[in-house]
Ligand binder design. Structure first.
Ligand code: COA
Length: 256
């Protein structure tokens, strides 16, 4: 992994940090590759059960690096890197993810926010899809936002292209919680610790059913869910959880 994105793990919690603060963490081909590597590392790291993503400096990410836009072959732009290898564009990660939004989350940066399960925003956070004001459409943003917020709120962000602050983003349902700026990472860790009280494989099975259940028709969603219950029900944690309950002690999850 290069140094435009950092991957750090503390216990069961992994933190992924956009690390190109001099360009407000704008996403060029290098950063996107590093970001994809970081999410892949998280997905495959058996010790990491919850992921937090944030940005170094005063932005979460100002979106695609616009310097290459409109130039021949869009040299150096993020779409040189294949789509399905990134979390925003289709990488399947069933571990819970938290976006800790410390500042601007624009364009492709906002798309990643919309791909996370929880969004915690600093009071300084700003969200938006400025693409239409640059003359280009957002594809992943357009696909994700109507599933995340109401149609009108999605269209407000996608078609008007103006930035909204944390309070407005919370009103829209994009933000789960707003915190004072200095409290942002502590709040994200508090949420991660709460998620760690749940059995990790049951959490992942539930998230996968939640995702796929929206794509399948009802009968197939139920069948898929039943299959997942059998798979998750055969794990060691599915046995030790009820044992701990009966013994009136807290469970100790192993993730197997
Ligand atoms: N691509 C490339 N560089 C970017 C960038 C982007 N998307 N967003 C910010 N930067 C760079 C700026 O060029 C500047 O670098 P410089 O000092 O070398 O000129 C640096 O980051 C700081 O940005 P600046 O514009 O001076 O900060 P600001 O606080 O005045 O404004 C924004 C912040 C986010 C409002 C403004 O930078 C902006 O509108 N960025 C573009 C957002 C965008 O259109 N994203 C593309 C989505 S498709």
């Amino acid at each position: 992994m290069g140094d435009t994105v950092l991957y750090e793990r503390e216990g069961r919690i992994a933190t992924i940090t956009y690390n190109r603060p001099e360009a407000l963490n704008a996403i060029n081909a290098e950063l996107r590759q590093d970001l994809n590597d970081a999410w892949r590392t998280f997905r495959e790291d058996d010790e990491a059960w919850v992921g937090i993503v944030t940005g170094a400096g005063r932005a979460f990410s100002a979106g695609a690096d616009v310097r290459g836009f409109g130039k021949p072959a869009d040299k150096g732009t993020f779409w040189e890197v294949p789509s399905l290898t990134s979390l925003e564009s289709g990488m399947e990660v069933w571990k819970p993810t938290i976006a800790a939004v410390n500042g601007y989350a624009l364009g492709f940066g906002c798309t990643l926010v919309a791909a996370c399960d929880f969004v915690i925003a600093s009071e300084r956070a700003q969200f938006g899809f400025p693409e239409v004001r640059l003359g280009v459409p957002t594809i992943q943003g357009a696909i994700r936002m109507p599933k995340r917020v109401s149609w009108q709120h999605a269209m407000e962000l996608l078609l008007i292209g103006e930035r909204v602050d944390a309070a407005r983003a919370k009103e829209m349902g994009l933000v789960w919680k707003i915190t004072p700026h200095e409290e942002l990472m502590a709040e994200a860790h508090r949420l991660a610790e709460r998620l760690l009280l749940s059995a990790p494989l049951a959490v992942r099975a539930t998230k996968e059913v939640a995702h796929r259940g929206q794509e399948f028709d009802f009968m197939n969603a139920v069948r898929f869910g039943e299959t997942m219950r059998k798979v998750a029900g055969a794990t060691a944690d599915a046995k030790s959880g009820p044992e701990a309950y009966r013994a009136k002690r807290p469970p100790v999850w192993e993730g197997r």
